[in-house]
Write a protein that binds this ligand. Structure first.
Ligand code: CUA
Length: 364
């Protein structure tokens, strides 16, 4: 092998290693590690198409290699025998793709009708999803709940989603639960999903939407019906539990929340209704900060409040503290205490019991 060929070969191998390194069947956003009928049906269609593709690739490649080898130039001089077409062969390679396309087509159309989302069902949970640069609002119109970046759903119940956007085109995608559907300005798109196992499923905006697109994440938390109902009850009652805090640091944080202007953008039930930024009602129950990018711990939250742009470049939250502000540390601590204590105490205790967010699920 020549030196140059060797270099090319090494380069190719390295490239393949990097590309194939992205392949995993059990990653947190794997479309093969399916949960629930929507993702399962879609993965089946994918595999059906994939295996037909593998078959066609193998037949074409093998035939090509065989032909090149079998009819390579021999010792004889002149042109080989000239022919014009082989009828039976042409019929085969015309009919085979037709048959394959009919099979794939029937399977796909059946699935599209089966997963049709335009006819809402009586007992489905309805959620309106609004995409913002770069976070998600989840509204449960029948339950009077508005939350953000964490979609709570009951296990085993159909969830009917209505997709909107407040600005540009985004795409709602929870790979393990369902294929992506776009959020398009001035248009309502619909989809449904169903988680038949409890768990936390990672979601991601799947349409490039600006500088923080890669950090526009969310989580779907599927709980048994009881747990979901407890969350709903505590959330609806959140204004009560959120004001009954006696700790002076929490009270200071609560004051700062208005003074520093947080309340001008963020809703907290009983304090503010604004919807410019993510709702923070019952924020203490949430698993992540910054639209799914960091675990919701006091340290991470302090980092976020002190300098949101260091954590998530491009996001629209203003800097609350000037560089070298002598009050900053104390005020951040107060805000963190206030926010971490939002939400029902028993629910927060239950959250502490649950497994922590996996590092592999998040990347700061
Ligand atoms: Cu929103 Cu990408």
């Amino acid at each position: 092998m020549h030196r140059r060929q060797f270099h090319r070969f090494t380069f190719l191998l390295l490239g393949l290693t990097f590309i194939l390194g992205g392949c995993a069947f059990d990653g947190p956003q794997s479309i093969f590690d399916t949960v629930g009928p929507v993702a399962e049906g879609q993965a089946e269609i994918f595999m059906l198409t994939f295996w037909f593709g593998v078959g066609v690739f193998a037949v074409v490649t093998l035939t090509l290699l065989y032909t090149v080898w079998r009819y390579r130039r021999g010792d004889e001089e002149g042109l080989p025998e000239q022919i014009h077409g082989v009828a039976w062969l042409e019929v085969v390679w015309t009919l085979a793709p037709v048959v394959i396309l009919i099979i794939v087509g029937i399977a796909t159309v059946r699935l599209i009708f089966a997963q049709e989302a335009s006819s809402p069902e009586e007992d489905a949970l309805k959620v309106t999803v609004t995409a913002y640069q770069w976070w998600w609002a989840f509204e449960y119109p029948e339950l009077g709940i508005v939350t953000a970046n964490e979609l709570r759903i009951p296990v085993g119940r159909k969830v009917q989603l209505e997709l909107h956007t407040a600005d540009v085109i985004h795409s709602f995608w929870v790979p393990r639960l369902a294929g992506k559907v776009d959020n398009i300005p001035n248009q309502t798109n619909r989809m449904w999903l169903l988680a038949d196992e409890p768990g936390v499923y990672r979601g991601q905006c799947a349409e490039y939407c600006g500088v923080a697109h890669a950090y526009m994440r969310f989580q779907v938390v599927a709980e048994p019906e009881d747990g979901f109902n407890n969350w709903v009850a505590s959330f609806q009652d959140a204004s009560g539990t959120q004001t009954a805090q006696a700790d002076p640091l929490i009270l200071e944080g609560r004051q700062l929340f208005s003074q520093k202007g947080c309340a001008g953008c963020h809703a907290v039930q009983g304090v503010s209704q604004n919807r410019v930024g993510p709702s923070l009602t019952s924020f203490g129950l949430r698993r992540t900060v910054g639209a799914g990018i960091m675990e919701n711990t006091p340290e991470n939250l302090a980092r976020w409040i002190s300098d949101p742009h260091e954590v998530k470049p491009g996001n629209y939250m203003p800097d609350l503290f000037a560089e070298g502000d002598p009050q900053a540390d104390e005020e951040v601590a107060a805000l963190v205490a206030y926010l971490q204590n939002l939400g029902d105490t028993t629910q927060r205790a239950a959250k502490a019991e649950r497994p922590r967010v996996h590092d592999r699920d998040l990347r700061p």
